[in-house]
Design a protein around this ligand. Structure first.
Ligand SMILES: [Zn+2]
Length: 314
């Protein structure tokens, strides 16, 4: 048997934000300061709501506890996560604890977090990746309105992540016919949007990517990328080379077209400060990404991939 889990209701496309009906007495959780969240809330047309905007970036379980302590007695009708991953992760966890429904509204795109059962929070100062059905949104609202004003470099990194997730997800051994359909469609939408300069389609493509890979996994490209992340390289940027090399290794059907989008987005070659054999050792411990890779990977394979990335031999 296969199972695919996605939010009950998905509102997306032009004006999704303003045309969605929000229940009264909702609790909106965001990281954005009032001058920004005020604009968003006006665009939503939401009335009679409570606002909590003290979520810290890279939030911990303490942020969740604060939200619950402050609003439990006020009995919100629903929790709304409005923002990037941080706001959504706090709402995923807090709403489950409070037995409330959740609406997720991403203001950044790329990760597809609004579609997934993943939740990243810090416990005792350490980031933990949790995955449970109760973290799934009851409703997601995806609107490209938020792209306006996002710095170009962040948009490039985000769309590269969405492409990497879709194509690695397609190749994942944990996938099935339905996730492959979603992943393939996601990449087709994103490829067309990148190559033909239609950035307004990025959020839709990354939403499909989240639905696809969120029900299987990413693979070798993401495993390789974390040694670059550890040296401060942005996630999407590191995937531009890592996923290309991984697709070459896996003989993925996406290799050529992925390379084309990397070129079109104009990513530069990556550098690695750590010695290649030490970095390869670290990558080898990432079983969560390596086990579902379509081809078994040895430490020597990883060293070759890292050397190819360093020399720009993609
Ligand atoms: Zn990613």
């Amino acid at each position: 048997m296969h199972a695919v889990k996605i939010p009950k209701i998905i509102n997306f496309g032009k004006n999704a934000l303003g045309e969605t009906q929000y229940p009264k007495n909702a609790l909106v959780v965001t990281t954005a300061p009032p001058n920004i969240s005020g604009k968003w809330l006006a665009k939503m047309g939401i009335q009679d709501y409570m606002l909590y905007d003290k979520v810290t970036p890279e939030p911990s379980i303490d942020d969740v506890k604060t939200v619950i302590a402050q609003f439990k007695d006020k009995n919100p009708s629903v929790l709304i996560g409005l923002g990037g991953g941080s706001s959504m992760d706090v709402v995923k966890y807090a709403s489950a604890e409070m037995g409330k429904q959740k609406i997720l509204i991403p203001t950044t795109f790329g990760t597809g977090a609004e579609m997934t059962t993943y939740c990243v929070l810090k416990f005792d100062g350490k980031k933990k990746l949790l995955r449970e059905d109760k973290f799934l949104a009851d409703m997601a609202v995806v609107d490209f309105y938020f792209m306006d004003g996002t710095p170009e470099q962040i948009i490039k990194n985000s769309v590269c992540d969405a492409c990497a997730q879709a194509t690695e997800g397609y190749d994942s051994k944990l996938g099935n016919e339905f996730t492959r359909t979603l992943c393939k469609e996601a990449f087709d939408v994103l490829y067309d949007a990148i190559m033909n300069d239609k950035p307004e389609n990025y959020p839709y493509g990354s939403m499909l990517s989240g639905m696809g890979f969120g029900n299987c996994s990413t693979t070798l490209g993401h495993a390789l990328s974390y040694v670059f992340s550890n040296e401060g390289v942005p996630h999407g940027y590191s995937l531009s080379s890592c996923t290309t090399v991984a697709h070459k290794f896996n003989k993925s059907i996406f290799y050529d077209r992925f390379k084309q989008i990397v070129k079109k987005l104009g990513f530069e070659k990556l550098d690695l400060k750590a010695p290649v054999d030490v970095a390869a050792e670290t990558v080898m411990t990432d079983r969560g990404h390596l086990d579902p890779n379509p081809i078994p990977v040895t430490k020597e394979d990883i060293m070759k991939c890292l050397n190819d990335i360093k020399s720009g031999n993609l």
